[in-house]
Design a protein around this ligand. Structure first.
Ligand code: K7E
Ligand code: CUA
Length: 663
C-alpha cells in the first residue's frame, strides 16, 4: 500500500575527475613515522616477540620493499566522489557504530551520513529504549526496566540470495552482551534481538549464502556467530580458576525466527566469520589456541588456526543425537568441535587449518574458491583453498595445513581483506598504516616457487592505522571493483581539533585502476568497525509504514479515548499535523498510564514527536506508525505533551495536556 514513493532514480553519472577533491591531502612524512613507531612501541613495550623483524623500517618502505605512494601523485582511477546537491549516492554503506551501539547508513561515494538506526543503544530522537515496542525487542528485567543499556556493534552483514545481497535483512552483533540484532531492510528498523547463551565476547558474524543440503534453498537461512572470550562452563563462580575448562562456542542462529539453532564447542578465541558460496563451510579465524588467560599467554604459539565448520555434518550430528550436554543448563544442542574430538577427518565436524601467529580477519573471495586469513602478528596473509578443506573432510589430505595454497608477505599488522572481482585482494596493514593491493593467483604461484610472480601490485598510505576495509559489493559474487572504504582507527591531525576525543577517519579509495587513488575522507563518530557497501538498487525501502502491521494501531481518529481499568489507564491517541486527537487527558496520581499513539499522516517525511516534561517520555511516530509508552503518573499537576519533531507551521502549537489529579 505504501510503495508508491519508492521510485529509484537513475544512477548519477561518474564524472571524469579533475583531481581537485584530493588537493590538500599532502602529508607530513615525519608524523606518519611517529605513528607507525608508536604503534610498535606499544607491542614491544609489552615484552612480546611478535615476529616482525622488519619493524625498524620507516613505514614508507614496506616490509616487502614495495614503494608506497600518496594520493596526489596518482590519477589512475577516474571515479568522482562529487555528488551534486539533489543527486543521490550510488551505494548504501551499512556501517556498525562500534561502542555507540547503533548502526549507521552512509551514502557512498559522498560519505554523507544519512541516518542512524538505534539498536543496542538508547536513542532519545526516535524513542528507542523508551517505547514499549522497543523495550520488548531490547529485553526487560522483571520490573520493566531495560536489561541492558549498552552495546558494542562490530560487524554488519546482509542477507543473501543467489550469492549476492537481497536487501531483506541486515544483522549486527553486540560484543558486550553477546547479542545478535536484525534490521529490516524495508523500513530500516531493528525488529529482533537474540542474546546468545553460554558465550561472552560475541564478535564475528556471517550469514550463510545457501543451504548445503537443500538445492531449493538458495538464500540465507542461518547466521553464524563466533565468540571471542573463553569462559568456564557453567560460569557460576564455582570453577573460575580451572582455566583448562574454559572454552568458546560457535553459534548458529535461524535467520527468520532468530532462535538459536545449535552451538559447537571449540578451542581458542574466535574473531571473524566467513561463509562459502556453496553453503557447505563456515569459518572463523582464531587466536589463542594455546588457551592463555593472560596477555603474554595468549600470544605464545607460533601458529593459531582458521577453523572450518562442516555445516551439513554438524546438523547431521544433532539429528543423530551426537550432542554434548550443556553445563550451562540451556537446551541448545551442542556439538563437540574441539580439535581433540575431531582427529578423524571423515567423521570430523571441524577442521583446524594452521595459520601463523594470532590471525585476524577471514574473508571469502568473490569467485568462491578461497578464504583469506590475515596474520595480524605475522606479516602474511594465508590463502586457503576451500576445495582442499573439503578434501580434508573426505580423508584426501594428510594435514589441514595443505589447504593453505598461498601465504604472501604483504606488510605489517595485516587485518582484513577485500576483493575487487578481478582477482586482486586488498588488505589493511594496521602497523604500516597502509593498504596493500595484491594478486591472489600470483600469491599462489609464488607459494609454489615461482620467483617471478608479481604478488604486490600497489601500496597506499592511509591515515592512520586502518582496521576494517570493504569494497563495493565485497563478499558477493557481484563484487564490482569500484570503491574501497577504509576504517582508520586514528584521525589525529586530519580534522579541526575538537579536544582529546577524536573522530575515526573513513577514507574512500578508487580501485578501478592499477593504482589505488585516495578520493575522499570523512570523520565518523566512534567507532565504526566494519561496513558493507551495497549498490542502491538492492535496497528497497518504504516511506510510509503499513498501519496494519501494528496490532495496537488506532485506525480511526474517532476512536481516541481514555480507558480506565482499576488504576491502569490507557490513552488512545492519534496525530495529524498540527494536532493530537485529544487536547487533554486526565489521570490520577499513582495510575499506571499507557499512551498509544498512531500517526495518521500518510505524507512522506511527516513524522511527529511526543514528549512529556518531567516524565522522561520522548519518541517519534513516522507516517502510519504506532508506538506506545507506559509510566506511573507519580507527579500531580499539568504536563504539556508536545510535538518534538518539526512538522507544520503550527508545530509549536501541537500539544496536549496531561492532567494528573493529586491522590
Ligand atoms: Cu578487526 Cu571487531 Cu572486525 Cu574491529 S574487529 S577492526
Ligand atoms: Cu507534530 Cu511537530
Amino acid at each position: 500500500m505504501s510503495n508508491d514513493k519508492n521510485k529509484q532514480p537513475s544512477l548519477p553519472p561518474h564524472h571524469d575527475d579533475d583531481g581537485s577533491m584530493i588537493e590538500g591531502m599532502q602529508e607530513d612524512v615525519s608524523r606518519r613515522k611517529f605513528l607507525g613507531m608508536a604503534a610498535f612501541t606499544g607491542l614491544a613495550g609489552a615484552g612480546l616477540s611478535v615476529g616482525l623483524a622488519s619493524c625498524g623500517k620507516a613505514p614508507e618502505k614496506t616490509s616487502s620493499g614495495t614503494e608506497s605512494h600518496t594520493a596526489p601523485a596518482e590519477k589512475s582511477g577516474g571515479l568522482s566522489v562529487h555528488i551534486a546537491p539533489g543527486q543521490l549516492d550510488t551505494y548504501y554503506n551499512m556501517s556498525s557504530g562500534g561502542h555507540s551501539g547503533d548502526l549507521r547508513i552512509i551514502g557512498e561515494p559522498s560519505g554523507r551520513e544519512i541516518t542512524r538506526i538505534p539498536v543496542f543503544n538508547i536513542d532519545c530522537m526516535s524513542g528507542w529504549g523508551f517505547t514499549n515496542e522497543s523495550k520488548a525487542i531490547l529485553g526487560t528485567k522483571p520490573d520493566g526496566s531495560l536489561k541492558y543499556t549498552s552495546g558494542d556493534t562490530h560487524h554488519v552483514h546482509g542477507s543473501y540470495e543467489d550469492g549476492t545481497y537481497d536487501g531483506k535483512y541486515f544483522w549486527v552483533n553486540d560484543k558486550i552482551h553477546s547479542r545478535l540484532a536484525r534490521i529490516r531492510g524495508d523500513v530500516m528498523v531493528c525488529d529482533k534481538i537474540t542474546e546468545l547463551p553460554n558465550v561472552q565476547g560475541f564478535h564475528g558474524i556471517f550469514p550463510d549464502k545457501r543451504d548445503p543440503a537443500d538445492a531449493n534453498v538458495n538464500h540465507t537461512t542461518r547466521v553464524f556467530c563466533g565468540s571471542e572470550f573463553r569462559i568456564p562452563h557453567p560460569n557460576d563462580g564455582t570453577n573460575m580458576d580451572d582455566t583448562d575448562a574454559y572454552y568458546g562456542l560457535f553459534t548458529c542462529v535461524d535467520a527468520e525466527t532468530m532462535e538459536v539453532r545449535w552451538q559447537v564447542k571449540v578451542d581458542g578465541n574466535m574473531d571473524l566469520c566467513a561463509t562459502s558460496y556453496d553453503g557447505k563451510l563456515a569459518a572463523t579465524n582464531q587466536y589463542n589456541t594455546e588457551k592463555g588467560v593472560t596477555f603474554a599467554g595468549m600470544m605464545s604459539a607460533e601458529r593459531d588456526s582458521c577453523v572450518f565448520f562442516n555445516i551439513a555434518r554438524i546438523e547431521a550430528a544433532i539429528k543423530a543425537g551426537n550432542i554434548i550436554s550443556s553445563p550451562d543448563g540451556s537446551d541448545v544442542p551442542i556439538v563437540d568441535g574441539t580439535k581433540a574430538a575431531n582427529a578423524d577427518p571423515k567423521a570430523a565436524v571441524t577442521c583446524y587449518v594452521p595459520i601463523p601467529k594470532s590471525p585476524h580477519g577471514v574473508n571469502a573471495s568473490p569467485d568462491g574458491k578461497y578464504f583469506v586469513c590475515s596474520g595480524k602478528l605475522s606479516p602474511t596473509a594465508s590463502v586457503i583453498e576451500l576445495s582442499r578443506v573439503l578434501q580434508w573432510f573426505d580423508g584426501g589430505l594428510e594435514d589441514p595445513r595443505e589447504a593453505v595454497v598461498g601465504e604472501p608477505e604483504i606488510g605489517l599488522g595485516p587485518l582484513h581483506t577485500a576483493f575487487d572481482g578481478r582477482g586482486n585482494a586488498y588488505t589493511t596493514l594496521f602497523l604500516d598504516s597502509q593498504i596493500v593491493k595484491w594478486n591472489v593467483d600470483a600469491a599462489i604461484k609464488a607459494y609454489q616457487g615461482d620467483k617471478n610472480a608479481k604478488v604486490i601490485i600497489d601500496k597506499i598510505d592511509v591515515h592512520y592505522q586502518p582496521g576494517h576495509l570493504t569494497s563495493s559489493m565485497n563478499e558477493t559474487k557481484e563484487s564490482d571493483g569500484q570503491w574501497l572504504l577504509i576504517g582508520n582507527k586514528f584521525s589525529k591531525d586530519r580534522y579541526l581539533p575538537v579536544g582529546p576525543m577524536h573522530p575515526e577517519n573513513e577514507q574512500l579509495l578508487d580501485i578501478t585502476g592499477e593504482k589505488m587513488v585516495l578520493a575522499h575522507e570523512t570523520p565518523v563518530y566512534p567507532e565504526p568497525h566494519d561496513f558493507i557497501i551495497v549498490k542502491r538498487d538492492v535496497i528497497k525501502t518504504r516511506q510510509v509504514f503499513d498501519m496494519d502491521e501494528f496490532p495496537n494501531a488506532i485506525k480511526e481518529a474517532k476512536d481516541s479515548r481514555v480507558e480506565r481499568d482499576g488504576s491502569k489507564v490507557t490513552i488512545y491517541l492519534t496525530s495529524m499535523a498540527p494536532a493530537f486527537s485529544l487536547t487533554e487527558f486526565k489521570v490520577r496520581q499513582g495510575d499506571e498510564v499507557t499512551i498509544i499513539l498512531t500517526n495518521h499522516d500518510k505524507i512522506e517525511d511527516l513524522g511527529h514527536g511526543f514528549a512529556i516534561p518531567k516524565y522522561d517520555i520522548n519518541f517519534v511516530v513516522s507516517p502510519h506508525e504506532t508506538k506506545s509508552v507506559t509510566f506511573i503518573a507519580d507527579k500531580p499537576g499539568v504536563y504539556w505533551c508536545y510535538c518534538t519533531h518539526f512538522c507544520h507551521a503550527l508545530h509549536l502549537e501541537m500539544r496536549s495536556r496531561l492532567l494528573v489529579e493529586p491522590a
